[in-house]
Design a binder for this molecule. Structure first.
Ligand code: SF4
Length: 143
């Protein structure tokens, strides 16, 4: 299987704080498969570390109120290109992220509260027919 994976889940220090969220369940799940790592926020030109962003209506704003919608959109387009060019079968992306979250994301108040919705990249991948799950959807039993 060909799998698109959020780089932070693979252990790349690409999160806004400059850390990773390496996930052993994801690493076990992808073993033996062809993996394509992406970080849409970095691919969209945002630095690391960076101010956190959240979806607010049809925009993405930083916690300081800066409009970073264009960077998120560019990163989503680049991740979609990676998925298309490589014909991936599945995308395993980071839960709750304004880029990579699937089904549930932070609610735009920077308070840690959640709301239903997809990250910008997930939304674009789904709209183009790709199956997206998060690390929370993977089975525990193959670690
Ligand atoms: Fe991880 Fe996605 Fe955020 Fe990059 S954009 S740090 S891959 S959740």
């Amino acid at each position: 299987m060909k799998i698109l994976v959020s780089n932070c889940l693979l252990g790349k220090k690409c999160r806004y704080k400059g850390d990773d969220c390496k996930n052993e369940k994801v690493l076990a799940f992808i073993r033996g498969h062809e993996v394509f790592g992406v970080c849409p926020e970095q691919m969209g030109g945002l630095p690391t570390p960076r101010d956190p962003g959240e979806r607010v209506g049809d925009k993405v704003l930083s916690n300081k109120g800066k409009d970073i919608t264009a960077e998120y959109s560019l990163g989503a387009q680049k991740a979609l290109s990676t998925a298309k060019e490589n014909g991936v079968d599945l995308c395993v992306l980071k839960a709750k992220s304004p880029s990579c979250g699937c089904g549930v994301i932070y609610d735009g108040t920077f308070s840690g509260n959640l709301t239903s919705g997809d990250g910008v990249t997930t939304e674009l991948l789904k709209a183009n027919g790709f199956k997206v799950v998060t690390e929370n959807d993977l089975p525990d039993n193959n670690i």
